[in-house]
Design a protein around this ligand. Structure first.
Ligand SMILES: Nc1ncnc2c1ncn2[C@@H]1O[C@H](COP(=O)(O)OP(=O)(O)O)[C@@H](O)[C@H]1O
Ligand SMILES: [Mg+2]
Length: 272
């Protein structure tokens, strides 16, 4: 079953097309990676899906277990009851403790009774490895520790659909590893659907069931890394990415549209 159905989604900012006619389905329970160079439209796509900005044209619908589908323009409040975002530029409230940061979010987002917010906050403090530091003011935390608090904060309302915009960018190796392990658990044990962006291709190999590669607002490819390596005749996902991002070995005129279930999307054929 698909949790997200995106149809011909386009977002223009004045003359700049940030997202160009993207159609894509995300399956329930998968970890889906959004890849693309800076400015490719990854954050724009996430912001559209959680209703922070409105599309110029096109639609997307989100279908949870047993309720929905909800339209990203008409039903955003219903969508946000079970969807959560860790924004790219997020920061903790430095004057609050780790526990207060997490609890505060639980109290303002979602529809959770206070006792449940408290219970989940404690659960997340253990799960993400903040126990022992939960009463410390986050001002003193390292970048990696702050990111753990931010990830826990995004999870406190028990979302089914989790958007993580560059969750491991700019944190140390150990912090990134904790976040990756948590993503795996959320997927495997809790069956959450996770849509994440990253610049780390080994992270994609480790975590993602499928990836979508965005280039200049267009969806250039979708599939598992194995499928993409096969499709583009490359040894690894990095070569697939470089080929699509730079146009190396790819002819513009070879851009063809192929009909796939869920809508039309462009597929870039490699030369030779
Ligand atoms: N609020 C905005 N106003 C104007 N242009 C924007 C805005 N948000 C994003 N853009 C532009 O849209 C394009 C895609 O940006 P973004 O989605 O942030 O890319 P990514 O997350 O892949 O790096 C970029 O050219 C960016 O400058
Ligand atoms: Mg971004």
């Amino acid at each position: 079953m698909n949790i997200v159905e995106i149809e011909n989604l386009t977002k223009k900012f004045k003359n700049n097309i940030a997202l160009d006619n993207v159609s894509l389905s995300i399956r329930k329970g998968e970890v889906f990676g959004l890849l693309g160079p800076n400015g490719a439209g990854k954050t724009t796509l996430i912001r559209l899906l959680i209703g922070l900005i409105k599309p110029t044209s096109g639609t997307a619908r989100i279908q949870y277990n047993g309720y929905g589908p909800f339209d990203i323009e008409k039903d955003i409040m219903a969508i946000r009851e079970k969807a959560s975002l860790l924004p790219q530029e997020a920061d903790v409230y430095e004057n609050l403790t780790a526990r207060e940061n997490i609890m505060y979010y639980g109290q303002i987002y979602g529809n959770m009774p206070n006792g449940e917010v408290k219970r989940r906050t404690e659960e997340l403090i253990d799960m993400i490895g903040l126990r022992g530091r939960e009463n410390d003011v986050t001002k003193e935390f390292s970048g990696g520790m702050k990111r753990k608090v931010l990830v826990a904060r995004a999870l406190v309302m028990d979302p089914d659909l989790i958007f993580l915009d560059e969750p491991t960018t700019g944190i140390d190796i150990l912090g990134a590893r904790t976040v990756r392990n948590l993503i795996k658990r959320l997927s495997k044990e809790y069956h959450k659907t996770i849509i994440l962006t990253t610049h780390d291709l080994s992270e994609v190999e480790e975590l993602c069931d499928r990836v979508g590669i965005l280039v200049k607002g267009k969806l250039a490819a979708v599939g598992s890394s194995d499928e993409l390596e096969e499709e583009f005749k490359q040894a690894d996902i990095e070569d697939v990415f470089v080929g699509l991002a730079t146009g190396e070995g790819v002819l513009e005129e070879e851009m063809i549209s192929v009909k796939k279930k869920g809508g039309l999307f462009s597929r870039i054929l490699r030369r030779g």
